[in-house]
Design a protein around this ligand. Structure first.
Ligand SMILES: [Zn+2]
Length: 421
C-alpha cells in the first residue's frame, strides 16, 4: 500500500513538474491591450517593398568571386550608389517562421509556437502587414497565411503557389522565385486598367512582400556552395532589378517607394538550418529608396570585422541590425504604428532624416516598447500577492516618469542628439 502511495506521489510530482515546465516555458510572453504609437507623422515613403530571400546567408550574398565580381550585381550597385547595407543578426531557432515573425512583427517567437504547431498562429500578434493599409504578398503557402490570418479585416492579401511546386527533389527550385516575379508583373498590369485595384495601389501605407523560397530549397538539395544555390542568388538579383524598374515605372518615378532586401535565416555548409552557427544567423540587409540614407564613404565608415573582409566593401559604412529591428524600420518609412508586440529598436542609422525626426520616431518607439512592459507589470501585480510584488528595480514607475521628464527637457532645449541617446 505504501509503495503505491509512494509511486502515486512520485507520479504526481512528475506531472506537476512537467506541467510547470510547459506552463513557464511554453506560455506566450506576448501581452495585449497596448495603445498603438505612430512611428512617423510625415513619412518619406508611401509604399514599402520587402524582398525576403529565404535561406540566403550573408557571406554568399556579399562576397565577390575570383574575378572580383559580385553574384548580385544589381544590389551591389545599390550598395555602392544608392542605399545602406549591413548584416542582420537573427536568433535561434533559425527557421522560416520565427525569422519572418521577427522581421515583420518585430519580436522573437516564443517557444509556445513550436509546441502548438508550426504553421498555425498559436497566439495573436500584430505586424507591419496588419498595421498597413494594404499588403500584397506572394510566395509559399507555409509563410503567407500566418500574417493574413492574424490580421484584422481583409487588408492582407496573399497569392501563394500550390504546395506541390515546393518539390525538394526538383532539379532547380529557382522557378519558385520566377513564379512570384511573374505574378507581381501580372498584378501591376491589371493595376493599369482595373479601377478598384488602381485606387488601392495608389494609396499610402501599403506593402508588397516578396517571399522568395528558391535559394533555401536549392540550399537544402544542393548545399550553399553549389552552382544551383549561387545561380539562384543571381536570379533573385536580376528579378529584384526587374521588379524595381517595373514598380518605378508604375508610379511614374515619384520617389515615394522604399525597398528592403533581407533573409529570414542563413544555412550551414551541409545545407541545414535551425541552430546558431554564424552561417545560419548572419543574413544580408540592403535598403534603398524613399527615406533611406545614401552610402557613407571615407572616414565616417565604421571599421568592419574580419567577417566582411572579402566583400570589397571596406570603403562603405556597414550598419548591422538585430533582425527584429527591421520591423520598426519598415513601419517608420511608411509612417504606420509600430507593431504593438514588437521589441525591435528603430535603426536610425538607416534613415535619411534630421535629428528632430529621428528623435520623434525613436521616442514613439520607446513608448511603444514601454507600454508592453507596463501592461505586463500590471498583469503581474494582479496575479501576485500584493505583499510579495516588487516592481523591476531598474524601471519603476517613478524612474519611468523621471526619464520622460528628462527627455522632454532636452528636447525643449533642442538637444535631439543627446535625447536620442
Ligand atoms: Zn529551409
Amino acid at each position: 500500500m505504501r509503495t503505491w502511495a509512494l509511486i502515486l506521489t512520485g507520479l504526481y510530482v512528475h506531472i506537476v513538474l512537467f506541467y510547470s515546465i510547459f506552463d513557464i516555458y511554453f506560455t506566450s510572453p506576448l501581452v495585449h491591450g497596448m495603445t498603438p504609437h505612430v512611428s512617423n507623422e510625415s513619412p518619406p515613403a508611401k509604399r514599402l517593398i520587402l524582398f525576403v530571400a529565404d535561406g540566403l546567408r550573408a557571406d554568399k550574398f556579399f562576397e565577390v568571386d575570383d574575378d572580383g565580381k559580385s553574384r548580385a550585381p544589381y544590389l551591389r550597385s545599390v550598395i555602392d550608389n544608392k542605399g545602406a547595407w549591413g548584416v542582420s543578426h537573427t536568433r535561434v531557432p533559425t527557421e522560416s517562421r520565427p525569422g519572418h515573425v521577427a522581421l515583420i512583427a518585430g519580436f522573437y517567437e516564443d517557444v509556445s509556437a513550436v509546441a502548438k504547431g508550426w504553421k498555425e498562429n498559436p497566439v495573436e500578434f500584430d505586424s507591419v502587414f496588419n498595421e498597413s493599409r494594404y499588403t500584397w504578398s506572394w510566395g509559399s503557402p507555409d509563410i503567407l497565411p500566418m500574417f493574413a490570418k492574424g490580421a484584422s479585416g481583409d487588408h492582407v492579401l496573399t497569392d501563394q503557389y500550390p504546395p506541390e511546386l515546393e518539390d525538394f527533389a526538383d532539379s532547380n527550385s529557382s522557378k519558385l522565385d520566377t513564379w512570384v516575379f511573374d505574378r507581381v508583373k501580372a498584378l501591376l498590369k491589371t493595376g493599369k486598367s482595373d479601377r478598384k485595384l488602381m485606387e488601392q495601389l495608389n494609396k499610402d501605407k501599403i506593402v508588397f512582400f516578396f517571399h522568395l523560397l528558391g535559394i533555401d530549397t536549392n540550399g537544402h538539395s544542393h548545399k550553399p556552395q553549389s552552382r544551383e544555390y549561387l545561380e539562384n542568388i543571381k536570379l533573385v538579383d536580376s528579378g529584384i532589378k526587374e521588379m524595381t524598374e517595373l514598380i518605378e515605372q508604375y508610379y511614374d518615378n515619384d520617389g515615394r517607394t522604399a525597398y528592403l532586401m533581407t533573409a529570414d535565416h542563413g544555412m550551414t555548409n551541409w545545407g541545414s538550418h535551425g541552430a546558431g552557427h554564424p552561417h545560419e544567423t548572419l543574413t544580408p540587409l540592403v535598403a534603398w529608396g524613399a527615406g533611406v540614407r545614401k552610402p557613407v564613404t571615407g572616414k565616417e565608415r565604421v571599421d568592419q570585422d574580419s567577417y566582411s573582409e572579402d566583400w570589397n566593401l571596406r570603403h562603405l559604412k556597414r550598419s548591422d541590425v538585430q533582425q527584429a529591428d527591421i520591423a520598426p524600420l519598415m513601419a517608420c518609412l511608411i509612417g504606420i504604428p509600430y507593431p504593438v508586440n514588437s521589441v525591435g529598436i528603430l535603426p536610425i542609422d538607416y534613415l535619411d532624416a534630421d535629428d528632430h525626426q529621428k528623435f520623434l520616431s525613436l521616442y514613439a518607439n520607446a513608448k511603444q516598447i514601454l507600454s508592453q512592459y507596463q501592461i505586463k507589470m500590471e498583469q503581474r501585480k494582479q496575479t501576485t500577492l500584493s505583499m510579495t510584488f516588487r516592481p523591476y528595480s531598474e524601471l519603476t514607475p517613478v524612474l519611468q516618469a523621471e526619464m520622460i521628464r528628462h527627455i522632454n527637457k532636452l528636447t525643449q532645449a533642442g538637444n535631439y542628439p543627446t535625447a536620442v541617446i
